[in-house]
Design a protein around this ligand. Sequence first.
Ligand SMILES: Nc1nc2c(ncn2[C@@H]2O[C@H](COP(=O)(O)OP(=O)(O)OP(=O)(O)O)[C@@H](O)[C@H]2O)c(=O)[nH]1
Ligand SMILES: [Mg+2]
Length: 316
Amino acid sequence: MKIKNFIADTMNEAMQQVREELGGDAVILSSQTVEGRVHLTAALDEETDFEFREDDTAEIIDTKAYFDETSLREALRYHGALEMVEQHILASCREVMRSSPAAKDTEILTAALKKLYRFTPLLRFDHRVQMFMGTPGSGKSTAIAKVATQAKLKGVKCVIVSTDNVRAGANRQLEAFAGILNTDFVFFKEAKELYRFLQNSENYGLVLIDTPGINPFIAKEADKVAAFADCAKCAKILTLDAGRNVYEAVEGAEVFAGFGVRYLLPTRLDLTRRIGSILSVIDCCGFSLCAASVSSSIASGVAPVDAASLAGLILA
Ligand SMILES: Nc1nc2c(ncn2[C@@H]2O[C@H](COP(=O)(O)OP(=O)(O)OP(=O)(O)O)[C@@H](O)[C@H]2O)c(=O)[nH]1
Ligand SMILES: [Mg+2]
């Protein structure tokens, strides 16, 4: 600290000297008039560089013992999720670790995924009308045939609806499935026909609607499903090849989210080892995971997915 006395004829002059010598941050400690002159004592608190000795420094706590996330981080990195998604999941893991430091990686990751994402089992058939959307060959018709088979086994009366007037043979394929299952099958070319049908479909416990596969990045293609999506108030499910490039998957899924898609059904998980695209899509689009397709065989059905099975896939 710098302390100095100033003497001047007037207070203004004294203050002027203080400002010139010590600057605007100076503090007046005392002021008095002696024999008609102003005496000021002013001080300036200067910053001091402290020198730490080694034994002065605070003890650094090794937090690694509590928050060792190396293996979780490596597992997530392997799957190639978007960096931001990896950070979300790790932050959620840290939160879990704070409250349960002794938990195993699987338990931590399961709890973290449960906090972050939604899982809606498709096979509870809570949603009576389900519309499947996706890119060409993403597994819509296969998923529908699988769900219809599972519904049949549970005694749920089901109808398969095709709106796919784009791909030659698409209807024949689904119609053949429906025939084998002895399940009703209808085909509508126009959205208004589908709308009318849905108005009178209460006798079905489950209505499964197939849509044409589209390229979501071409507006004209998107128009092919937009009208059908608009006319049906239902659970809209995106089928996504789990092995798709993560950026393509997220950007495409965002377009489908615009059609009202809220559920994700990853397909071809049997052919995929990295699930970064699935994690990134549910994180970025807020979709709920509703089931997964892990085989081309209709008889094997779709598999239920929850936080524990997703954690298992990540750590496998
Ligand atoms: N290995 C494997 N193959 C699958 C799976 N799901 C679908 N497939 C196969 O992927 C191909 C395309 O499946 P579809 O169900 O016809 O796909 P789609 O989306 O209906 O195709 P479009 O109607 O042409 O748009 C078929 O050969 C299926 O057998 C899966 O989970 N695993
Ligand atoms: Mg199809």
